[in-house]
Design a binder for this molecule. Structure first.
Ligand code: NAD
Length: 461
């Protein structure tokens, strides 16, 4: 019996393992693929390598160096004497036991950190060759002449930006009327317009109906994407289709039923605010509820909580469907390990920054103006533009804006949405203020180095 089993060695899993091991827990971490998960192998790191390469060919070469180097780094972290790395596919035997091949492992606590897979849309032709998800796109050996992207979310916009820069003819088809739904709609529109200027074609408010491989031998490999926009039937011819219509939690083969876990409708593992799995305690095979009481028919499945029953099973990262971001998974894992160790922390999961690495970048922390309005929150909007900032002009990056939302009277900062060079760094600064509950006045009173882009923050009107 070990202290902690972690299933999945992505950013959520391996960071949790390192934190637990450093604090004296004995950890068994199980991984069926490469360590580092989606983020390191086929997600954030490869995409950012593409963003920072001058050409498709250079990006391919750099990817072949960057990923193995980082993977080796994670393997070093996992070689800690308190950590055992087990290679293979894990499945639950019961609430405390996990099987990998013929071997069984038992622990007092288990963290599920298995991540997510691409969600494909159910349209005819989606299984045609040259229809790929982001992993497939990163495996292409040659630059497609034409690329059609379905979905203008984070993945769609990042790849549209980078493949446009590499020289592909890029078309994006999006169901909603604006891209990046979580971003301030004004900022999202400006970003889309910038990308249109650079040659990306967008069809907004458009639903894909089907994808057909070309039947002509002359146009072998070519695909036609049929879609509807404002009642009109339209089509786009392309060489490769990227499907970027969201991701779904990865739970296949985990045999969650053996641990009494029932998934939510969207396939996510249900968790409470501390990422403990909310499952019916009575359905834990061989366990029952430790206080020996029966759960009445009216009680909710997790109502054993607070009456002496602790689940000891946690789900962190994409698999719980809460915030599909690598840094969210990492912080959730650290919070869970802190709970196991009895350490109190002050991580504020509602203050969750995110960035979209398009060119230029966009980033946000906290709700957009639309969301604040919808929730009936009274607030003030403070704006500033990059074109009035010396460093931005010196960098030839004058296109950009900051929107800060505060409580009335320049009170506490509620959110920040930014578009422009190094938007992620600006949002990171605001994240620190928001985490501490600071006001706009306190931000303005902070000395900012001149000349820097972050001076835009204190220039807001
Ligand atoms: P997403 O949810 O961000 O966007 C999917 C988009 O596809 C939406 O705008 C949706 O309206 C559209 N769509 C869905 N069905 C469609 C259809 N039939 N036709 C046209 N459009 C359709 O999903 P994603 O971009 O695939 O990203 C998946 C997850 O990975 C997200 O949670 C994202 O936050 C995360 N991610 C984050 C980063 C980052 O932080 N930089 C990078 C990559 C991925």
């Amino acid at each position: 019996m070990t202290d902690l089993i972690i299933i999945g060695a992505g950013p959520g899993g391996y960071k949790a393992a390192a934190h637990a091991a450093k604090n004296g827990l004995k950890v068994t971490i199980i991984e069926e693929g490469h360590v580092g998960g989606t983020c390191l192998n086929v997600g954030c790191i490869p995409t950012k390598t593409y963003v920072h390469s001058a050409s498709f060919e250079e990006a391919r070469e750099r990817l072949a160096q960057v990923v193995p180097q980082l993977r080796a780094g994670v393997e070093t972290i996992l070689s800690h004497p308190n950590i055992t790395l087990v290679r293979g596919k894990a499945s639950f035997v019961d609430g405390h036991t996990v099987r990998v091949g013929d071997e069984q492992f038992t622990a007092s606590n288990i963290i599920i950190a298995t991540g997510s897979d691409s969600k494909l849309i159910p349209v005819p032709g989606i299984d045609s060759s040259n229809v790929v998800d982001s992993t497939g796109l990163l495996q292409l050996d040659t630059l497609p002449k034409r690329l059609c992207i379905i979905g203008a979310g984070v993945i769609g916009m990042e790849f549209a930006s980078v493949f446009n820069r590499f020289g592909s003819e890029v078309t994006v088809i999006e169901f909603l009327k604006e891209c990046l739904p979580a971003l301030d709609s004004d900022i999202a529109k400006r970003l889309r317009k910038q990308m249109e200027k650079k040659g990306v074609t967008f069809y907004m408010g458009a639903g894909v109906k089907s994808i057909s491989p070309s039947s002509s031998p002359v146009r072998e490999g070519e695909l036609t994407v049929f879609f509807e926009q404002k009642g009109k039937e339209l089509s786009v011819e392309t060489d490769v289709v990227l499907v970027a219509t969201g991701r779904k939690p990865r739970t296949e083969g985990l045999n969650l039923e053996a641990a009494g876990i029932t998934m939510e409708r969207n396939g996510a593992i249900p968790v409470d605010e501390n990422f403990e799995v909310t499952a019916n305690p009575l359905s834990f095979p061989g366990e029952g509820r430790p206080d020996g009481q029966k759960v009445s028919g009216n009680e909710s499945p997790s109502s054993g909580r607070g009456q002496g029953w602790a689940s000891h099973i946690y789900a962190i990262g994409d698999v719980n469907g809460k915030q599909m971001l690598a840094h969210a998974a990492e912080m959730q894992g650290i919070h869970v390990v802190n709970q196991i160790l009895g350490i109190e922390d002050n991580i504020r999961f509602e203050v969750m920054p995110a960035a979209i690495f398009t060119s230029p970048e966009a980033a946000c922390v906290g709700p957009s103006e639309d969301m604040l309005k919808e929730a009936g929150v009274s607030c003030e909007c403070h704006k500033a533009f990059y074109r009035a900032n010396g460093k931005a002009l010196a960098m030839n990056e004058s296109e950009g804006m900051v929107k800060l939302f505060t409580e009335p009277g320049e009170g506490r900062i509620l959110s920040a949405h930014v578009f422009g060079a190094h938007a992620a760094d600006l949002v990171q600064e605001v994240t620190a203020y928001m985490t501490l509950g600071a006001t706009l006045r306190q931000l303005r009173d902070t000395v900012h180095i001149h000349p820097t882009l972050s001076e835009v923050l204190i220039e807001v009107n």
